[in-house]
Design a protein around this ligand. Sequence first.
Ligand SMILES: NC(=O)c1ccc[n+]([C@@H]2O[C@H](COP(=O)([O-])OP(=O)(O)OC[C@H]3O[C@@H](n4cnc5c(N)ncnc54)[C@H](OP(=O)(O)O)[C@@H]3O)[C@@H](O)[C@H]2O)c1
Length: 322
Amino acid sequence: MGIVYSVGMEYRTLGRTGLDVSLLSLGTGGARKLGQSVGMTQADQTALVQRALDLGVNLIDTSSEYGESEVILGRALKGTPRESYYLCTKWPPWVDGCLAEDPGLLVDSVERSLRRLDTDWVDIMMFHGPLSHTYAPLVERFYPTMERLREQGKVRFVGLSAQYATEPSQAVADAALKNDPDKWDVLMLKYGLLNQSLAKELLPLALRHGVGVMNMAAVRVKLPDPALLEELMREWRDQGRVAAGELSERDPLGWLVHGEVASVVAAGYKFAADHPAIATVITGTSNMAHLEENAAALERPYLPPEDTRRVRELFGDIVEYV
Ligand SMILES: NC(=O)c1ccc[n+]([C@@H]2O[C@H](COP(=O)([O-])OP(=O)(O)OC[C@H]3O[C@@H](n4cnc5c(N)ncnc54)[C@H](OP(=O)(O)O)[C@@H]3O)[C@@H](O)[C@H]2O)c1
């Protein structure tokens, strides 16, 4: 049995990997960590993962540092043919806040991830959150080891994810795409309604070099929480980043909700998918109904053109950790 495709789900090619991945993928980190932070049982977590597969999701993202997510996934996927989905996991290359020195740590982490996920290989292995100033030593110290793991068949494709909280510009991706585009099959980046800066240079560059982009945390905390969103819009208005009078105080992005756009969150997922460099948008939901809504939102992965234009005009120049 090979990869399974579902009617209703769009599939896009993940750059030079050639993998046709579902436009909605399932994340097991973020605030919810596959329901670990809201006390979900393994039975509920298994049901969520299996429902995602039923909806056509064929890519699942995890990391050695998402609590027990790898173990939970290993259990949730038991009995599901391994060839029918793709797994991405990661290793944070840090020891006590400094870039790690020992390549053996990467090997140990991959071996541990394989055991925890109960699999012989991961499809995409990433360095989790290197910063731009550590980019060059990271490549020098660890890339040869990553290549060896690839030759051994434990890892199929290689990538890195940006750490946008510390570097909202995601400058490590700039270094990767400008210095060594051939080294990276996949980048995990954050691009969304409130984080559009990558559209200027990095996403077009990724597209040009055939580097697949997985879009992380596109919705995150602000879009699903009306109070937080109102506070942020107030802040941006007070700082002069958004012109006064452009947005209403209450429900400032409510104007996006009309026609096929069921909610502000749905608008967020749609916008996040509407760039040719983006192959997949990872949802970190822990809620079955939300998972279904998010899959439905991406059946038509774009906003009406006039709303897209307005969103770009409003927030296109803002670079901030949101
Ligand atoms: N490499 C990295 O450093 C890095 C960083 C961040 C994320 N990631 C990856 O990207 C994945 C996605 O990021 P994320 O977890 O921040 O996910 P996200 O999908 O951007 O946001 C998830 C949050 O949105 C809520 N939500 C989702 N769908 C909703 C809906 N339809 N209605 C209302 N609320 C909704 C979720 O709450 P509910 O549970 O209630 O739905 C949760 O609080 C992570 O799980 C992880 O795999 C990687």
